[in-house]
Design a protein around this ligand. Structure first.
Ligand code: MSP
Length: 519
């Protein structure tokens, strides 16, 4: 039977500033989802990249006295270098300045133009140079651009327009008849509410007199392509549209991860572009909220732009990935503070998981000289953690399949805390004093080891390195893929009885709250 397929993408990030916490979150979330799907037996493809054309980039390059080409090369490299450091396993990194991408943008424009959905017209309107787009009066706040806080300029221009309006009813119907197309539900509601207003046609060109850093329109070389039309196309150009094998294999399962700031281009322009070009539209859009830092929007002027390199350098990659996935409810905003990060590291990672691991291995060393104890079924049945482990896997699977990462981790940590309590109630140190209780002691320790094995397998998508360390400590040989598929975590009691386990290194040392950097 052919494997099920899943294609995940992140936004392609602008190269006008270096990567920060927000970019790291989306990319980690898509990475976690990809690793989870692999555990669930899917064949996956994971795409990220950089968006390199447009005014913003030209301005940023000018500030640094560099040519746009030099500048984009430098910043794109920062993103490409960051991802492996955050254990991101993307299959492809696309750049919109790559020739194969440019070719697909040209093809798509030609196709839509040939079908009569792009027309030339003159337009006068209020233009915000920061956003690179025209605004309607009603979209302004006190006459100013809501994002830039400056009054837009009235300009008159001839440009090419994409007839979006005629696809409005089709899109509304598609969203209503495909539950989960936009996830979570509150963003579906938001898109449907945008669509209650008549859709304006989209201006998809910029005259070269104003901007040259872009893709020339294939049907008029006095214009370059609007940066969003160019950028969205990356999702198919990266797969080798129109006839590449990856496109055929993965496009039907495409699901885009974005934050709420870019829901309109993804939820409205993109499906309509695809429809107008006669391409099947993507399968789904996952929209998450925003990270604030210490209660405020990240901004250079406040000085709270959080650098993932700095945080992971200090606290470790897996701790950072865990924190982001545990703390944010997918879809809602969340707050990043160093205090909360440290307290999660100390409580969830050092105390709950780290201590459990070292307690169990130390007891195994003390009572069984490190040998994994064998267990008779009669003894283990009454003491078995098996039903709870099974239930944990099920809860984890359901939550992760629904992109509720925090709930997936919550299920695992409930099981961890159940095991810590199990130790307290079973009191292995007491059993160890009674020679008749030896079979019971074996069963208790063996169940704990099997429980730890289950936890080690489940945390793989979020904490791949820690998962590997735990499994190595438990002497569980890893499959070649580096992880266990969900349906291979059971049977229970699959650890090699008799194998000898050593004293573990500390997994997560406690962070002394006084030693934070104070971001
Ligand atoms: N280049 C466009 C996207 C084109 S996709 C075809 C763009 N780039 S961006 O660099 O501004 O990235 C925006 C994305 O970065 C958000 O949608 C989100 O994925 C991530 N984040 C940026 N700041 C964020 C937060 N403060 N919090 C969470 N994620 C945020 O838009």
């Amino acid at each position: 039977m052919e494997a099920k397929t899943q294609f995940f993408t992140t936004p392609i990030y602008y190269v006008n500033a270096k990567p920060h916490l927000g970019h790291a979150y989306t990319t980690i979330a898509a990475d976690v989802a990809t690793r989870f799907k692999q555990m669930d037996g899917y064949d996956t493809y994971f795409l990220t990249g950089t968006d390199e054309h447009g005014d913003k980039i030209v301005q940023a390059a000018e500030k640094q006295s560099q040519s746009p080409a030099e500048y984009v090369e430098k910043i794109s490299r920062l993103f490409q270098d960051l991802w492996p450091r955050l254990s991101i396993g993307n299959d492809r990194f696309i750049r919109t300045t790559q020739p194969e991408h440019i070719r697909v943008v040209e093809q798509l424009l030609t196709r839509i133009h040939d079908r009569g959905d792009i027309y030339f017209s003159s337009y006068e309107g209020l233009y915000c140079y920061g956003c690179e787009r025209f605004y309607q009066e009603r979209e302004l706040v006190d006459g100013k651009c809501p994002d830039h806080g400056v009054a837009p300029s009235r300009i008159r221009e001839s440009n090419y327009f994409f007839r979006m309006s005629q696809y409005q009813d089709w899109l509304i119907d598609h969203i209503k008849t495909h539950p989960g197309f936009i996830h979570p539900k509150q963003y579906e509601t938001e898109i449907l509410s945008f669509l209650k207003e008549p859709l304006e046609d989209l201006c998809i060109s910029r005259p070269k007199s104003r901007l040259t850093w872009g893709i020339t329109l294939p049907f008029d070389d006095n214009f370059v392509t609007y940066v969003w039309f160019d950028a969205l196309t990356n999702y198919i150009s990266a797969l080798g549209y129109p006839d590449g094998p990856l496109f055929e294999k993965f496009w039907p399962s495409a699901r885009h991860f974005v934050a709420k700031d870019i829901i309109k281009p993804h939820g409205i322009y993109w499906p309509i572009m695809l429809k107008a070009a006669g391409i099947d539209i993507y399968n789904g859009l996952n929209v998450h909220g925003f990270w604030n830092v210490s209660g405020s929007k990240m901004s250079k002027s406040i000085g709270n732009v959080t650098d993932p390199v700095q945080v992971t350098g200090q606290y470790g990659v897996d701790a950072f990935r865990y924190f982001l996935m545990r703390e944010m409810v997918f879809g809602l905003d969340a707050n990043f503070t160093e205090d909360v990060l440290v307290s999660r590291i100390n409580s969830d990672l050092a105390n709950d998981l780290g201590n459990l691991f070292s307690r169990v291995l130390s007891m195994n060393l003390k009572y069984f000289k490190g040998e994994i104890p064998d267990v008779t079924s009669a003894e283990s049945a009454a003491l078995s953690l098996e039903p709870e482990a099974k239930e944990t896997i099920q809860r984890f699977r359901d939550a992760m399949a629904g992109y509720e990462f925090h709930k997936g981790l919550e299920a695992v940590w409930q099981f961890i805390s159940r095991m810590n309590k199990y130790i307290d109630t079973q009191e292995p140190w007491r059993l160890a004093k009674d020679p008749d209780a030896r079979p019971k002691l074996s069963a208790v320790i063996r169940n704990l080891l099997e429980g730890l094995r289950t936890v080690a397998c489940l945390i793989y998508p979020v904490m791949p390195e820690t998962s590997g360390k735990l499994l190595a400590g438990l002497k569980v040989p890893l499959p070649e893929t580096g992880f266990f598929k969900l349906d291979r975590i059971f049977p229970w009691m699959q650890m090699p009885a008799g194998a000898c386990l050593e004293k573990p290194d500390s997994l997560f040392p406690r962070v002394d709250a006084g030693k934070k950097t104070g971001q």
